[in-house]
Ligand binder design. Structure first.
Ligand code: DGY
Length: 323
């Protein structure tokens, strides 16, 4: 029997690519640049499986393709708001993702951004590199404390809980969260976490607010101008979730007018074309979507895609099936 044909939209760590190549008839993307919609439409007719990632938008225009050969979209990543799930379901396509393996790495980046924003890390780095640093000074670049401060988490899934553990056990932070249903009592006990009834109740109480909800229509601009106004003027906003959860223009205004102290961002609306307004601001720390970017995490993500494909092609239920 011929091997299933599999398209990987971007290059992966070499070890996991090699495993995939040994099992399937795999096409790699030698340029390692995002493929366009036409390429994906063609791929729907040529491949049994497509393995996209967060930089690939798979809308209904692609998933409804005529003469479709593709049966499974095995996403390399946990978030799948770039895939039109309703269109996938309507076309009988299986969609899988990679939950669990990128939790700690992403929570580490959220803490990195929190610390950098609080302690003005990126600004300090720029000062030293500029050659203008004139030496230690008692009042230079004073910043905000992290230890003992209050962290509010909007969304309280795996990544938020991992961040809360690091913040509470490592930095003695008080943890508040918002989630539609109460969290596991063991987690709540361990973190002494307090559930707020609404985002409006949480925001004015926090020194740091970190976003952990999926992107897409339901959470688009959840942090809008009005909610940014509810944050303390000394507070910092951290986003490692999806760019569209925050209204970028409203955030730029809030940072420019110093209505909040700072922000740490790993994700943006319309990546990688972030609003140039951010580049002019000193009180925002900008990272290039690094949440899961450790060698072991990216390898584990590839391994998860592989297990999903293996189960699917063996006629079994893929372990991380979304639809
Ligand atoms: C994800 O997995 O959703 C990340 O954003 C990309 O690693």
């Amino acid at each position: 029997m011929p091997k299933p044909k599999v398209l990987i939209s971007r290059r992966w760590p070499a070890g996991v690519e090699a495993k995939l190549l040994s099992l399937y008839d795999v096409t790699l993307n030698p340029e390692d640049q995002p493929l366009d919609a036409d390429a994906f439409r063609g791929a729907m007719q040529t491949y049994d499986a497509i393995c996209p990632s967060v930089c690939d938008t798979l809308g209904s225009d692609i998933l409804n393709a005529a003469n479709r050969r593709c049966k499974i979209i095995a996403n390399f990543g946990v978030g799948y708001n770039h895939i039109d799930i309703d269109a996938a379901r309507a076309n009988g396509l299986v969609v899988t993702n990679t939950p669990g393996v990128l939790t700690e790495a992403t929570a580490d980046i959220a803490m990195t951004l929190l610390l950098m924003s609080a302690r003005r890390g990126a600004e300090g780095d720029r000062l030293v590199r500029s050659g203008l640093w004139s030496g230690w000074c008692p009042t230079q670049m004073m910043s905000s404390d992290v230890t003992g401060a209050t962290l509010g988490l909007i969304g309280f899934g795996r990544i938020a809980q991992a961040m809360a553990r690091k913040a509470h056990h490592g930095f003695g932070m008080k943890i508040l969260y918002v989630k539609p249903t109460p969290a596991d009592p063991e987690v709540v006990d361990d973190l002494h976490a307090e559930r707020c009834a609404s985002i409006e109740e949480l925001l004015p109480r926090c020194d740091y607010v970190s976003l952990h909800c999926p992107g897409g229509n339901q959470t688009r601009h959840l942090m809008n101008a009005e909610r940014l106004r509810q944050m303390k003027p000394t507070a910092h906003l951290i986003n490692t979730a999806r760019g569209d959860v925050v209204d970028s223009r409203a955030l730029i205004d809030a940072l420019t007018e110093k209505r909040i102290a700072g922000a740490g961002l790993d994700v943006y609306e319309n990546e990688p074309h972030l609003d140039p307004g951010f580049l002019k601001l000193d009180n925002v720390t900008l990272l290039p979507h690094l949440g899961s970017a450790t060698i072991s995490t990216r390898t584990a993500m590839g391994e998860k895609v592989l297990r999903n494909l293996q189960a699917f092609f063996a006629g079994a239920e893929p372990p991380d099936r979304v639809v």
